[in-house]
Design a protein. Sequence first.
Length: 171
Amino acid sequence: MPRLLRFLTSHRLEDMVEVPLTDLPLLIDGTNAAAVEPDRLAVAGKLVLCRCGDKCVLLLPPSSDALVNGSPVPAGIRVLAHLDSIDVNGASWRFSAEDPPQIVPFLAGTSPDVCPRCRQRIAPGAAAVRCACGNWFHQTAELPCFDYAAACPVCQRATELGTPVPFDPED
Ligand SMILES: [Zn+2]
Ligand SMILES: [Zn+2]
C-alpha cells in the first residue's frame, strides 16, 4: 500500500510519521494529514491526495505555495511518483509507492524462485524477502542473502529490512 511519510525535525527515520493511504482522500495542511469523507472535502487552502486506481494524485489549491520535488506544480495537479517529496508550510512529506521489504515464507509456485545473490533456488516455506524489483532472496541465519550487501544486486535498492523508504537526504 502506498504511504505518505513526514519527516519532523530531521531526515532521520526515527523522526518520521507515517500515514497509510486508504481509498479515502487525504487532506494535507503541512503539520497534519488526515483522511476525510469525500463529501467533506470542500476545505479551502489544503492539499488533497486521492487514490485513483493504482495511482495517487495530488491536487493543490490555486493559491498553494506547496512544492513537489522543489518546484511549483503549474496545473495544480500531479500524479505522484515513488519518492516524490512535497514541501508545504515548512513541513516535508515524502511519498512512497512501495511496501518496505519483509521476511515472509516463500510460497510454492512463486516465480522467479532463484535467489539473485547465491543463484540457488528458494524452497517453498523458506524465509525469504521480495525486493520491490520483484526478485526473491533467501533470508535465514545460514543464507542472509537479502541483506548480505547494502543494495539489491539487480535494482540497487537499499536492502535494509523494515526501512520504510530508501531515503537519502542529499538527493
Ligand atoms: Zn540466496
Ligand atoms: Zn531489487
